[in-house]
Design a binder for this molecule. Structure first.
Ligand code: PLP
Length: 398
């Protein structure tokens, strides 16, 4: 069968693939420590589950309006108003089957052949593949670890062409854990406004911040910037609701209308029960998030300290999200039983085989010298997994 050309441009999500491999090994009875998964290990909060149960009992199990129920869109509007001070009308809000789906609707509504989208690296894997699926060209903007992954406005400016349609801002960032300060955001916003480039602000980790940091959304810089920004968010990460599949987009009305039309002809509404659950999460979920993040903070410190104790590995303390993104340059070039470990992928495969620890290699995120480890897993697993990594790396020969 001759498939569409777009299919050959993309690969399956490498993080989901690594998690699947780890789960398959565990199913065979192998004691795998899984640092690959990109989701909180916490259970969904009780009031959220109760709202879903009530929805089922009340027979709230039919189609809803394609863009989401009024009650949920209002909860999103209220949240954006109270937390960010931004005002949106209902037609500017679209609820989708996860933030990933929100981003996909956006890519379809915005991009066509020849269009360019600027993606700062290291980046969340789906941004580039979603652009490729919609015939556009991802233009990667390298950022540096020793500069805290900040964006240099001059370097950004140099990548702007007449075909530049959008720039991705993901703060806090998956995989680096970096957050952008006001100056960095202002630098991006200035260029975006000057060249009329849409800002896609993926704020899914806005509540997973440490050391008293507060979330700063680029859309809050000025009304002019807000008018040119689509905020992408959802309940997956903040309320431990990855399986419920609720995300949303808020932004310019014409763009959101186009996205809503695409959704109405593709998936229709996100799950009715999950929408009721998401209302509860947005209305009463924040105390849960605070407790979860306190626990992530403890694990973050232990994981990063352990990583820095392994010769050849160095790791910055992430300011947000729940990933450590250690630099493994000092380990590359060493030999394992299967030969020289010359890439993050080679190291990740070695750790899985030899130490039964699953991590995600840096290449799909756009890094040739990092691996990603999630600390959204138990402290016990973190200690056991890091012991195993230290032993496995220690056994490698120079
Ligand atoms: C997890 C994640 C998403 C998507 O989350 P959904 O479960 O689809 O809502 C989007 N962006 C980033 C950076 C993520 O890590």
């Amino acid at each position: 069968m001759k498939l569409a050309a777009r299919v050959s441009r993309i690969t399956p999500s490498p993080t989901l693939a690594m998690t699947a491999t780890a789960k398959a090994m565990a199913a065979q009875g192998i004691d795998v420590v899984d640092f690959s998964s990109g989701e909180p290990d916490f259970d969904t909060p009780e009031p959220v589950k109760a709202a879903a149960e009530a929805a089922i009992r009340a027979g709230f199990t039919k189609y809803t309006p394609s863009s989401g129920i009024d009650e949920l869109r209002q909860a999103i509007i209220d949240k954006l108003q109270t937390e960010l001070g931004l005002r949106y009308e209902k037609p500017q809000i679209l609820v989708s089957c996860g933030a990933k789906h929100s981003l996909y609707n956006l890519a379809e509504a915005l991009l066509e052949a020849g269009d360019e989208i600027i993606i700062p690296t290291p980046y969340w894997v789906s941004y580039a593949d979603q652009a490729l699926l919609n015939d556009a060209t991802p233009v990667l903007l390298p950022t540096r670890e020793d500069q805290g992954y900040a964006i240099n406005p001059d370097e950004l400016q140099r990548l702007v062409t007449p075909r530049t349609k959008a720039i991705i801002v993901n703060s806090p960032c998956n995989p680096t854990g970096a957050t952008y300060d006001r100056r960095t955001l202002e630098g991006i916003a200035e260029i975006a406004v000057k060249h009329k480039i849409l800002i896609i602000s993926d704020e899914i980790y806005e509540k997973v911040l440490y050391d008293g940091a507060r979330h700063l959304s680029i859309a809050t810089l000025s009304p002019e910037v807000a008018a040119q920004t689509v905020i992408i968010n959802g309940v997956s990460k903040a309320y431990a609701m990855t399986g419920w599949r609720i995300g949303y987009a808020a932004g310019p009305k014409d763009l959101l209308t186009a996205m809503a039309n695409i959704q109405s002809q593709s998936t229709s509404n996100p799950c009715s029960i999950s929408q009721k659950a998401a209302v509860a999460a947005l209305r009463v979920g924040n105390p849960f998030t605070v407790k979860m993040v306190e626990e992530f903070d403890r694990r973050r410190k232990v994981m990063v300290e352990r990583l820095n104790g392994i010769p050849g590995i160095s790791c910055r303390l992430p300011g947000g999200a729940f990933y450590a993104f250690p630099n493994i340059r000092g380990v590359l070039g060493r030999r394992g039983p299967g030969g020289v470990l010359d890439s993050p992928t080679a190291l990740a495969n070695h750790l899985l085989k030899d130490a039964h620890v699953a991590v995600v290699p840096g290449e799909p995120f756009g890094s040739a010298e990092h691996i990603r480890l999630s600390y959204a897993t138990s402290m016990e697993a973190i200690i056991k997994g890091l012991d195993r990594i230290a032993t496995a790396v220690g056994k490698l020969t120079p």
